[in-house]
Ligand binder design. Sequence first.
Ligand code: GRF
Length: 220
Amino acid sequence: MTPPVHAAVFASGSGTNLQALLDHETANGPYRIVVVISDRGGAGALERAEAAGRVARVIEVRNRPPEEVASETLSLLESLEVGAIFLAGYLRLVPSAVVSAYRRRILNIHPALLPDFGGMGMFGERVHEAVLASGAKVSGATVHYVDEEYDTGTIVGQCPVQVLPGDDAPALAARILNVEHRLYPIVAEHVCEAWADGRVPGPFTLSPGELGSALERNAL
Ligand code: GRF
């Protein structure tokens, strides 16, 4: 049996996507979250990590040179033999030394269909406000590799979510978050399975069955 890829989750907020990743883990699954790192001491994600018996650490970013943040982060990741990083509501840019060390090994989830509605400052309700203001009929969730910029890395998988008449930002955000919780763990599994087999992960596409079940739950 191939051992699971040790994963770190970086999160700044409540960590519902972290929870979805934790809930999806299985004993023989392709990933195991070994540490949760936050830039904020009060992040709900840290409590979720502790409740799940995982290492929870705060690595301060504010007012620190990125090189110092990178070296603290890399020491921790190396000590836990981390092979993958999942960003889940992490509001900071990952230091470039960490991106270089984990090139194509860092995933992020974004609550819109990139490359649209991404970039610096596009987080939280601002994303959904922009989608609604544009008149787009479809939004969704995107999982992508992380590079040195915000939201520009290669897309791995996406799931569309319909914009409904009368939607406001919180309503659209809630429907998309629901889809994120399903999409992120299966994409994480998809890439970690490939790595475990020594393959380069290909794009992730939803099967008609998975799309169908999302439709039934009115998620699309
Ligand atoms: C999610 O909408 C995710 O797409 C974005 O940040 C939010 C995090 O939410 N990157 P949570 O902390 O996982 O609940």
